[in-house]
Design a protein around this ligand. Sequence first.
Ligand SMILES: [Ca+2]
Ligand SMILES: [Ca+2]
Length: 209
Amino acid sequence: MLSAVSATMLCVTSLAGITSNAAGAETQKLNTYAVYCDVESGSGVMWADVYFRYNNIDMDSLEIEAGNFGGDVTHSTLERTDDTVYSASFRADGAIMAPGVLFKSKFWTTDNMTLVDGTMRTSAFDATRKFMGNDIVEDSFVLVGDANNDKVVDLDDETAVIQYLGNPTDYKLSKEEYYAADVNFDGVVNDADRKLIRDYNNGVIDWFE
Ligand SMILES: [Ca+2]
Ligand SMILES: [Ca+2]
């Protein structure tokens, strides 16, 4: 099932004016986006590919890492006239039966990153390289820090994390909200993430590393 979420127009007030670094140079607040590819239990997936296109923005950097299964992951981007193609391939050491994250990738952009509708797809293959389907691996595209999934990072997201940490029964986070709230990319949502969202909102940091 495709679960690509288009990042719609996002108004971020630049706090560059009150942010400074050691050199005193102006810095610019960046939007951080993340893509997660994961599987449910009993998937049997060993190989996976993801492909999508996004608006041809000035992407400052990109990071990709394997999830909780280890394995190898490679990626590439191809800039075209109207958009940019992102693709990544994952290979585990063996068939995956536990649920979890195959790999995740982060993007830092000065502009709003929007997927081209319908382009995001994942393909799964078993240990014999047999094609399993395009709906075995689930992809999530999130604005990092946007814990309440309203396409903007602000004080409400800090509140959402506080509520979740204090009462996860009444203040649940969806899978994508959880991924967005895990701003330090360590696999869990806790007070460290809440502090980073606060720092971002206060202009102490300009992106989520
Ligand atoms: Ca939000
Ligand atoms: Ca975290």
